[in-house]
Design a protein around this ligand. Structure first.
Ligand SMILES: Nc1ncnc2c1ncn2[C@@H]1O[C@H](COP(=O)(O)OP(=O)(O)OP(=O)(O)O)[C@@H](O)[C@H]1O
Ligand SMILES: [Mg+2]
Length: 362
């Protein structure tokens, strides 16, 4: 079969693609790149690309190394900003043209999942202070609540049956608040993870069995595991809590009907987490997907924040705890949701994974 013409190939590349000189001067850009830059090809060509494109990685060094015989470059999870638009996390791939020395093909692929990662991890600090406050309040409120419950119970003894309904209500409602406060306290007292090599499938199995005996008893749970996955570096109890919270949300999203939850594990070497000057592979992936209502649009951007809930009796702490545990494990969590399909993906480092200096990623 004959190859399609180069122009057609060029404009069909679905991610922003640039042809540049090693100095950074733009020679060409495909339509996706024009859209990404919000600029036409005419204004781009001949200009230094990095005047308009802010890339949070030492690309010049990397290009120089490419010229020295490294023909391809992969950098994941870099912030790329253009004009007024806030930076988005992208994966960057660059390659020296085989037959034209000094020219580089540069592909910039925005990462949808990684985009959410930025937000999740960025919130960790404010999450901690909000939780610190709530924890203190929880402690203060619990004591008088015990007094109120006791008083209501005493009062009930001298009341007619009809009026006892009211004291029962006081007791029931205060119990509910105490339970909520205990959850806040549990959150506040989360200890640092005790990390060891852990078989992720053992953890997933434990969470699934426990879910299926309780809140997910009417759900169909399908497991699709990649048995060759290496152990992760994790606190098994805390990870179990993570998956229980995700399974619980998934079961609740079925709205009392019998839905399906799919738990999938797989290996993905391309996902790297960059922090300061190191980058770390997070190759072990777990995806929990349900076919429920989907996350309400209004809260989708904030679901990892504490006290954000779309349910009447929800505390909004489930996913905040999940996000905090994942961050403590130097992992990553992302979410995609639409009615009928909600998918949480967690990526974790493998047990022996070490940090590599930035720019040396392969
Ligand atoms: N799988 C899902 N499908 C649809 N909506 C979801 C899903 N997971 C989370 N949500 C939405 O995100 C909100 C926040 O979830 P989170 O687990 O943090 O709190 P919660 O479930 O409301 O309370 P808690 O977990 O403390 O019982 C939920 O109230 C729900 O609206
Ligand atoms: Mg929940």
């Amino acid at each position: 079969m004959p190859l399609p013409p180069t122009a057609e190939l060029w404009s069909s590349i679905p991610v922003p693609a640039f042809l540049i000189e090693t100095t950074g001067k733009t020679l060409s850009a495909n339509p996706a790149a024009e859209e990404f830059m919000n600029a036409s090809i005419k204004t781009l060509v001949g200009q230094p690309l990095f005047d308009r494109l802010a890339v949070d990685a030492p690309l010049e060094d990397a290009f120089a190394r490419m010229n020295d015989g490294h023909s391809a470059l992969f950098i994941n999870d870099v912030e790329v900003g253009t004009g007024d638009r806030p930076p988005v996390l992208c994966n960057i791939q660059a390659s020296l043209l085989a037959d034209t020395p000094g020219q580089i093909l540069l592909l910039i692929a925005p990462r949808e999942f990684a985009d959410r990662l930025g937000r999740t991890q960025g919130h960790t600090k404010s999450v901690r202070s909000a939780i610190g406050m709530a924890d203190m309040l929880a402690h203060e409120i619990k004591n008088p609540l015990a007094g109120i419950t006791g008083a209501a119970q005493l009062l009930a003894m001298s009341l007619e049956a009809d009026d006892q309904e009211l004291t029962d209500l006081i007791v029931a409602e205060t119990r509910r608040i105490v339970k909520l406060l205990e959850q806040v306290e549990q959150f506040g007292h989360l200890r640092a993870p005790d990390r060891k090599p852990v078989n992720i499938h053992d953890v997933l199995d434990r969470a699934r069995r426990s879910a299926q005996l309780g809140f997910a008893s009417n759900m169909r749970i399908i497991e699709e595991f990649d048995p060759s996955l290496p152990p992760v570096h994790a606190d098994a109890d805390q990870l179990t809590q993570v998956f229980l919270n995700l399974l619980k949300n998934a079961a609740e999203a079925a709205g009392g009907k019998s839905g399906t939850i799919r738990i999938r594990s797989f290996y993905d070497l391309t996902l790297r987490l960059r922090r300061e000057n190191t980058s770390r592979a997070l190759p072990v992936q777990v995806e929990i997907t349900d076919d429920g209502t989907g996350i309400p649009e209004a809260i989708l951007d904030d679901i990892f924040d504490p006290f954000v809930s779309g349910r009447e009796n929800g505390t909004g702490l489930g996913l905040a705890l999940v996000s905090r545990i994942v961050a403590d494990h130097e992992g990553w969590i992302g979410v995609e949701s639409q009615p009928g399909r909600t998918s949480f993906r967690i990526a974790l480092p493998k047990a022996s994974e070490t940090k590599t200096p930035l720019g040396k990623d392969r």
